[in-house]
Design a protein around this ligand. Structure first.
Ligand code: ATP
Length: 475
């Protein structure tokens, strides 16, 4: 089920980013690249996380994450105060006024801003002693030991390395790519020339990335081996902000088209920018453990291409036939984790529902185009020719859709099993089917049932569970 869901998420991204657009094409670059690539990109020197250990629990944390979680807690307190006041004042509640005058909220907001500003400055200036001091001053305790017995903060490089070459002496260090983007940058001119692309244009890629994360936690939120879907969009210098806004808007639309509710998403604009960026924002999704990043949109300037030009001694310039100029393009990137999308879909879709008669069901309300199995075909009994009719339906559907056959247990139990894996349609074959070529089709979310002709099934399932239904919302 997992790999089916993942494949559907990847197809949704790929089709939305490449097939629907004339000016974006895909590539599949290598995981191992020339080691100098990662010097050029800045990853050898600066792809670090600040680490801190608690001396009592011996647990290790990312100093910035400890602070961000602390800030999120303060923000939660503020929201609780506001909600309480909203209930107290009812209709006449003026939220803006309350936020600016309630002594408790003003105090919390000031504390939040103070900690945030000090953290951003410490990270920007790479001031590790100050970063530790902010943690001490904010009185952050280790969630395990409950103490404030912290070590110094140290930098830790996130790249995995290994040796390439057959003999140990001759072997050189190579890295597992920590992002797929660099494969796009070094291939930029190949793709531009062979694909006859004109600026603005994009290159998209889906592939594995590897990071030696200190704390890989929260199920599959943070992994050491994960998959990214990245698109680098090459633009004229000076036009990057326009395109940055364009991609922010489009990527948010892509998320919201899934129908989990617009309030489940928000932007988080970065105050501390990565070494390559002049603007950056995250799309955050409301996970059960709070709003967290699922995607980053970054204006990467001409940093990467210029660095590769310098390190390789090869020009990375584009000749613009419209202006007659040669230049190194600017880049706007959209970068999203496949696995984090899986977690997003699972956590948004999972529902426990009370049914009539005291029963309950677990139902995964996965958007039908992403559902691992589109339909289950269920013969009411295992005889009288019904299994053969069911198999016939599967044979007609299987070229377009992932479908399942199930004849075990009662129909009620079969429905529950399909609800739990998010199958949008259950098709029941009964004795009437043998007579008039119709079946009942039951919808997962409403549990409503309808009698339809077997001949109409491909069209119904295609319309409601095909990717097209989603993609049309975007164009
Ligand atoms: P974080 O701040 O959470 O470490 P990041 O800002 O370093 O993430 P990016 O480098 O912008 O992340 O990566 C783009 C996307 O790749 C992220 O939005 C996320 O969906 C995914 N991603 C990054 N690191 C991981 C990981 N360790 N496990 C799973 N997905 C990841």
């Amino acid at each position: 089920m997992g790999v089916e869901l993942k494949n559907n998420i990847k197809a949704y991204w790929w089709e939305a980013m490449t097939r629907l657009r004339e000016n974006i094409v895909g590539i599949d670059a290598a995981i191992f690249m020339h080691p100098r690539t990662w010097e050029a990109s800045g990853h050898v020197g600066a792809f670090n996380d600040p680490l801190i250990d608690n001396k009592d629990s011996k647990k290790r944390y990312r100093a910035d994450v400890l602070l961000e979680d602390h800030i999120a807690k303060i923000e939660e307190k503020i929201e609780k105060e506001v909600e309480k006041a909203r209930k107290r004042f009812g209709e006449s509640f003026d939220e803006a006024q309350y936020r600016s005058t309630s002594p408790r909220v003003v105090e919390l907001q000031a504390e939040r801003d103070r900690i945030n500003e000090r953290m951003v400055n410490a990270l920007t200036n790479n001031d590790l002693a100050e970063l530790r001091q902010v943690i001490i001053d904010a009185e952050i305790v280790d969630p395990v030991s409950g103490t404030r017995n912290w070590t110094d903060v140290r930098q830790f490089n996130l790249m995995f390395d290994t040796k390439m070459g057959s003999v140990a002496e001759g072997a050189g260090t190579v890295y597992l790519r920590p992002e797929t983007a660099q494969g796009i940058f070094v291939n930029f001119l190949n793709v531009q020339k062979t694909g006859r692309m004109k600026i603005p244009f994009g290159i998209a890629q889906i592939g594995k990335a590897f990071r030696n994360e200190i704390v890989a936690r929260q199920f599959i939120f943070r992994m050491r081996e994960f998959e990214q879907m990245e698109m680098q969009f090459f633009v004229r210098p000076g036009e990057e902000m326009k395109w940055y806004e364009y991609w922010k808007e489009f990527r948010m639309r892509w998320h919201r088209a899934l129908g989990f509710g617009d309030e489940m998403y928000r932007f988080h604009n970065h105050e501390k920018l990565a070494h390559y960026a002049n603007a950056a924002a995250d799309v955050e999704f409301r996970f059960p453990f709070g709003f967290k990043e699922v995607e980053g949109i970054h204006s990467r300037t001409d940093f990467d291409l210029t660095q590769h030009q310098t390190f390789s001694g090869r020009k990375m310039q584009y000749f613009d036939p419209e202006t007659g100029e040669n230049y190194v393009p600017y880049v706007v990137e959209t970068s999203i984790g496949v696995d984090r999308m899986v977690l997003q879909v699972l956590s948004a879709a999972y529902t426990e529902e009370a049914l009539e008669g005291g029963e309950s069901r677990v139902v995964m309300r996965i958007p039908a185009p992403l559902a691992p199995v589109k339909a289950a075909v269920l013969p009411l009994v295992k005889k009288d020719g019904l299994p053969e009719i069911a198999r016939g339906i599967i044979d007609a559907l299987k070229f377009d859709h992932n479908v399942q056959y199930d004849e075990k247990d009662s129909n009620g139990k079969r429905y529950r099993r399909q609800d739990a894996i998010g199958t949008p349609f259950c098709i029941t074959v009964d004795h009437q089917s043998a007579e008039d070529g119709t079946v009942t089709i039951r919808r997962r979310d409403t549990m409503s049932q309808e009698r339809v002709a077997i001949a109409d099934l491909p069209a119904i399932i295609g319309r409601e569970a095909g990717l097209r239904a989603l993609l049309e919302k975007l164009s």
